[in-house]
Design a protein around this ligand. Structure first.
Ligand code: NIG
Ligand code: FE
Length: 379
């Protein structure tokens, strides 16, 4: 048993409640990877080792509940075209699929590691990783096997788009996803996801695919309502899924259904930022009692973002969140979206994933857009 005392914490964000459970002049003891003691620095017990927070703020590590981190290739030209007036289209996904299929495991793994290092430097301590750039049995299974080396929060997204070679055989592709591809991917997946939107999959197709995954023991989440109000969020409520992600175009009645079914709405400010799209108004969700999460959606097409503080800063500025709400959504909100009660907070018993910021208050995270040195501790 080893224990670590973190003392001289100027402001501790415990997230014990939605007002962040703030404690000033605090200390915290970690034992066997869990938080075992919280209190004033003056009363801190002894421990095997000691870290001096030097008056800095300590927050839970960010929980990034939506990423597409395993990919190869470059889509910066798509970004250039959008910033010159073009709109986002799902067709670009096939470019990344071709590059990802051609990449070796070592190449995919080393790209992934570089992205994960950047994310960790920004304070992200948990990531969900989706497949979706393989879209054949072998590559989808390879992506998930590699992702599983780094996180237990892996998601099978064989239904990202219909790949080019199946353009005229849509039904066959859906059968493949629900059948042999799911069989090959389920052992390394916790979740199943479908991109249910314009240019991707319909509500009926998404329902079939998600139910096939659930029958194999996976849990469901969905990409919905990014490009239009096309029914993905309604389906998430109907099936009682953990989360519906994007929610850019959504009606009041659907928001009420999400609240009633306790489906988390995961908002992805990077996607609107990098596609120059209108942002959803997060107040509509909070006012209706929907729990929200903030995530990076890191992917090469719509949001090549590896920093949660930047996602937080954009969400505050453009989605009408205040700093407290945004920080909670990027930590405990993300954990709720992944159904992980041990993460996203620093109460007794929580997994001790945390960030010691070289700043006196959590407010400095968005106030300085995350450009703050920090020390990241993961367990
Ligand atoms: O979450 N919306 C679907 N998938 C990604 C974009 C994928 C891509 O363009 O490569 C997203 O935004
Ligand atoms: Fe996504």
């Amino acid at each position: 048993m080893t224990s670590t005392l973190i003392s001289n914490i100027g402001e501790l964000v415990t997230n014990s409640d939605k007002k962040l459970g703030l404690i000033n002049n605090a200390a915290l003891v970690i034992e066997n990877g869990k938080v075992v003691w919280i209190g004033p620095t003056s009363k801190a017990p002894g421990a095997d080792s000691r870290i001096d927070a030097e008056g800095g703020c300590v927050t839970p590590g960010f929980v990034d509940s939506h990423t597409h981190l395993v990919f190869s290739g470059d889509r910066s030209k798509d970004y250039e075209a959008r910033m010159s007036g073009a709109s986002y289209a799902t067709g670009g996904i096939n470019t990344t699929v071709a590059a990802t299929r051609a990449a070796s495991d070592d190449e995919l793994r080393s790209n992934l590691k570089q992205r994960l290092n950047l994310m960790r430097e920004s304070g992200i301590t948990t990531v969900e990783i989706k497949s979706g750039y393989g879209l054949d049995i072998e590559t989808e299974a390879r992506i998930l096997k590699i992702a599983r080396e780094f996180t237990t929060e892996t998601t099978f997204l064989g239904a990202h788009v219909v790949p080019k070679e199946f353009a005229e055989r849509r039904g066959e592709y859906i059968d493949l996803v629900k059948g042999k591809m799911l069989d090959a991917c389920a052992p390394n997946s916790k979740w199943i996801d479908v991109f249910c939107d314009q240019g991707a999959f319909t509500v009926d197709e998404a329902r079939e695919i998600i139910n096939a995954g659930i029958a194999k023991g996976l849990k469901g989440r969905i990409h919905g309502n990014q490009l239009g109000d096309t029914g993905g969020a309604e389906l998430a409520a109907e099936l009682g899924l953990a989360s519906v992600d994007h929610c850019t175009h959504i009606s009041d009645s659907t928001i009420e259904r999400l609240a009633a079914q306790k489906v988390v709405a995961t908002l992805l400010p990077g996607a609107e930022f990098f596609t120059r799209s209108p942002y959803p108004n997060a107040r509509r969700f909070l006012d209706a009692g929907v729990e929200i999460a903030l995530a990076t959606d890191c992917n090469p097409g719509s949001s090549y973002l590896t920093s949660m503080p930047i996602a937080i800063s954009i969400a505050i500025r453009e989605m009408n969140l205040n700093p407290m709400e945004a920080l909670y959504a990027a930590t405990r909100g993300g954990a709720t979206a992944l159904q992980r009660e041990d993460l996203g907070h620093l109460s007794i018993g929580a997994t001790a994933n945390l960030v010691i910021w070289d700043a006196p208050s959590y407010l400095h995270i968005p106030y300085r857009m995350g450009v703050i040195s920090n020390r990241v501790i993961t367990n």
